[in-house]
Design a protein around this ligand. Structure first.
Ligand code: ATP
Length: 355
């Protein structure tokens, strides 16, 4: 439905988007995931028409979208701040966009009522935004965005203003809603768990580029770049001669080394290409309810190896342990794919290039 091809955009010397291509299918729930400053919002603003890319094309049903003025696009952008009118009731907030389109009163009424029922706010129709909880305000913003029946709804960090529990509820709600209204959603988030739980497909962005677009499970199990391996879920990245080997914390098995290092599962500290074994010292154990996390320092590795085990851990800090994982747990990422900038670094101005 939406085809973004070769889109680049600069702000002065900052390359906010660098040759971005992405196809989004009809009715799909797609997420843009990446650290602060990687260009997510810029891409949304281009789709909404608030920004025009320097190069590249965007089509909707194969027709050019970039030449369509923002208010004519069948695209709606829901802002992070919700931007509700404080002096208007919930129903007036929702009706506002339709009134501006001069739809007949009865039609507006009908659509507003239907949408308030969809988001579960019928009983709150007469309240003002300040008389609502954060989650309810978020529903009003959603109602207002979908009442105009856009083809594409863009959501910029839609749940970031909500506390953790309401957030989890709203994630379910968003998914249900998207299913029910059948609108294509593109949501921007820097929260990888949120992206994984919401989206059919995730485009992982880093420094203005899309590094990988895949279903959540594929991204998690088969990251194609070092950045994706490190950004999507916790991971252990072991350097090797021709790239890195990524092993998820929950795939690593821990065994106590009886006698403090004389066990027969000793090794020389190298990571084998297929499956692997290491030995080290437990430096931290933390209990998280259903799982425990261990950090194991291994000689020769810069960072401790992270391990997740079910339930309480049987090993304690200071213990010598051996670690192993099966061949299928090791994802090899060749060095030929350019290693990315560190996870938390925002897009920086490109050295030596003129705007
Ligand atoms: N109007 C602007 N003028 C100059 N630079 C800008 C402008 N808007 C964005 N940038 C820069 O472009 C880059 C991408 O910004 P963008 O807002 O798209 O990132 P983001 O991924 O949405 O970040 P966040 O998650 O923090 O919202 C950043 O380096 C930012 O500083």
């Amino acid at each position: 439905m939406i085809e973004i091809k070769g889109v680049s955009h600069r702000f002065g010397r900052t390359r906010a988007l660098d040759d971005v291509s992405l196809d989004i299918g009809e009715g799909e729930f797609c997420a843009l995931l990446g650290p602060s400053g990687c260009g997510k919002t810029t891409l949304l603003r281009i789709l909404a028409g608030f920004e025009t890319p320097d190069v590249g094309t965007v089509t909707l049903d194969r027709e050019d979208l970039l030449s369509v003025p923002p208010h004519r696009r069948p695209v709606n952008l829901m802002f992070q701040s919700f931007a509700l009118f404080p002096h208007m009731s919930v129903e007036r907030n929702v009706a506002y966009g339709l009134e501006r389109e001069r739809l007949p009163r009865a039609a507006i009424r009908e659509r507003v009522d239907a949408v308030l029922a969809t988001v579960g706010l019928t009983a709150y129709a007469r309240r003002k935004p300040h008389e609502l909880s954060g989650g309810q305000r978020q529903r009003v913003a959603l109602a207002r965005a979908i009442v105009k029946r856009p083809r594409l709804l863009l959501l910029d960090e839609p749940l970031s203003a909500l506390d953790k529990q309401v957030r989890a509820e709203m994630q379910l709600e968003l998914k249900r809603l998207q299913h029910e209204v059948g609108i294509t959603f593109l949501v921007v988030t820097h929260d990888q768990e949120e992206a994984m739980s919401l989206a059919d497909r995730i485009a992982v962005m880093n420094a203005g580029r899309i590094e990988q677009t895949d279903a959540p499970v594929t991204l998690y199990e088969r990251p194609r770049t070092t950045f994706v391996a490190g950004f999507v879920g916790a991971n252990n990245l072991f350097p090797g001669p021709n790239g890195i080997t990524a092993v998820r914390p929950e795939r690593i098995r821990v065994r106590t080394r009886i006698g403090g290092g004389k066990g027969d599962d000793d090794n020389d500290g190298t990571v084998e290409g297929e499956g692997g074994r290491l030995t080290g010292t437990v430096v931290d154990v933390s209990f998280h309810g259903g799982t425990s996390h261990l950090a194991v320092r291994v000689p020769g590795l810069d960072r401790p190896v992270l391990i997740a085990v079910q339930g309480p851990s049987r090993v304690t800090s200071g213990e010598q342990v051996s670690l192993s994982w099966p061949p299928d747990a090791a994802v090899h990422i060749p060095a030929s794919i350019p290693a990315s900038t560190p996870v938390s670094t925002p897009a920086s101005p490109i050295e030596g290039e003129e705007p």
